[in-house]
Design a protein around this ligand. Structure first.
Ligand SMILES: Cc1cc2nc3c(=O)[nH]c(=O)nc-3n(C[C@H](O)[C@H](O)[C@H](O)COP(=O)(O)OP(=O)(O)OC[C@H]3O[C@@H](n4cnc5c(N)ncnc54)[C@H](O)[C@@H]3O)c2cc1C
Length: 380
């Protein structure tokens, strides 16, 4: 059992940290205030291989595994949750759905440009009436002229406006319930497919979240992913990996919030000494560091199991629920350690706090993760 990253993985961690510190950190608050998704970062992210992390070089990817991927998302989240979230939706949701379930032609046409960063990806499962109950999808796809006529909409889609490629599910055979849902690849050039209302969010403000609308959108049959009726099961499989990335993002946010708290506690003087000398503050820091370490270990365990080809549904749910709730607790304590200054935008603590909350909601709420875990526990 080895709990350390190997030399190559440490090098990856170091380069992403350097990149995040120099290219992202200086702009974080400006992007957050303006709700600006930094498209200008795309070429740099692509150059570092961060837009095709999980895919073999033959598909334009960096050929890394989930341990490296979790390390990368953690480092992005440590500096900016929004960039981490958008990169995660592009890699482990949209691109990975095509990589795992797409035909060779679909991979050549869509995955290669996604992995090279020439196009950007989004993934649509959620609808206004289908959130936690994602099998309640109402978007429909009806056979027409050798393809499919798609009508409906998806809500809360990360990268909906900036994306060129979207993977989304639609009902192809209503009577069959979740076995009557299929997955399709859409591209922005398709008539009848557009992004719509952008959400004005509490946190993760530099990651674009918007709805997408399909109005008599014609999709050729060659854009159907896998067999008819397999879309829901495919989506659940994709989420198993996606949840590892949200766990990693949570670890990064918690780490950033913790580092900000340590720095502040050493510098802030009250009662004639740095507040870091008060045991009440020391115990908070000790709890924060311990919880982050636990969250990182759970996340890396799920990542290593995924790389080993083992089933990870339960482990990725455990990592996600624990890490995301850790991020919320740790970032709230960071605000507390900053006192009144933590409640202002002059210090980074408040942003980590706002960003952290999404992690307990996106890719399945904490309640849904607990349901997944309990289902596995009681199955034996
Ligand atoms: C910033 C952001 C980005 C997102 N990005 C994407 C994306 O890229 N693609 C995508 O498809 N979706 C995305 N989502 C959607 C996200 O996955 C959903 O918001 C989430 O799954 C919850 O669905 P909901 O919001 O409809 O809440 P609901 O399902 O309505 O849940 C409301 C509350 O009820 C609880 N609840 C529901 N069912 C049960 C139950 N059976 N037992 C106990 N409690 C229950 C929930 O846990 C929650 O607390 C994003 C959301 C946000 C906010």
């Amino acid at each position: 059992m080895n709990f350390e990253l190997n030399e190559e993985q440490q090098q990856i961690k170091f380069s992403v940290r350097e990149f995040a510190e120099s290219e992202i950190r200086p702009h974080v608050m400006e992007w957050d205030e303006a709700q600006h998704f930094p498209v200008e970062l795309r070429p740099k992210l692509a150059e570092l291989g961060l837009l095709g992390v999980l895919f073999p070089e033959q598909y334009g990817g960096a050929g890394m595994g989930y341990v490296e991927y979790a390390t990368i998302i953690e480092e992005l989240g440590r500096v900016c949750g929004s960039v981490g979230l958008s990169v995660a939706a592009h890699n482990s949701l949209c691109s990975n759905h095509i990589y795992t379930f797409g035909s060779e032609d679909q991979k050549q046409k869509y995955l290669v440009p996604l992995a090279k960063g020439e196009s950007f990806g989004a993934w649509g499962l959620t609808e206004s009436q289908a959130g936690s109950d994602s099998a309640g999808t109402r978007t429909s796809a009806v056979r027409s002229n050798g393809g499919w006529n798609v009508n409906g909409s998806k809500n809360f889609i990360t990268n909906a406006i900036v994306c060129e490629t979207l993977v989304a599910v639609a009902v192809t055979e209503k009577e069959k319930g979740n076995r009557g849902i299929s997955a399709f690849i859409f591209d922005k050039s398709m008539e009848g497919f557009r992004s719509d209302k952008k959400e004005n969010k509490v946190g993760m403000r530099a990651s674009e979240t918007a709805s997408v609308v399909f109005e008599d959108c014609y999709v050729p049959d060659e854009n159907r992913l896998g067999n008819e009726g397999e879309g829901f099961l495919q989506a659940m499989h994709v989420l198993d990996g996606g949840r590892i990335s949200i766990a990693a993002l949570s670890v990064g946010i918690a780490q950033g919030a913790y580092e900000a708290a340590i720095k502040y506690a050493k510098g802030r003087q009250q009662f004639g000494k740095p507040i870091s000398e008060f045991q009440a503050i020391q115990f908070k820091l000790a709890d924060m560091a311990t919880q982050i370490e636990c969250a990182r270990l759970l996340t890396q365990q799920a990542a290593a199991m995924k790389d080993a080809g083992k089933p990870v549904t339960q482990k990725s749910a455990m990592a996600k629920v624990f890490a995301s709730e850790t991020a919320v607790r740790v970032s709230e304590e960071s605000v507390q350690i900053h006192g009144g200054y933590g409640y202002t935008k002059d210090y980074p603590a408040e942003k980590y706090w706002r960003d952290s909350k999404l992690c307990t909601i996106g890719e399945g709420t904490s309640e849904i993760q607990r349901m997944v875990i309990a289902k596995h526990l009681l199955r034996a």
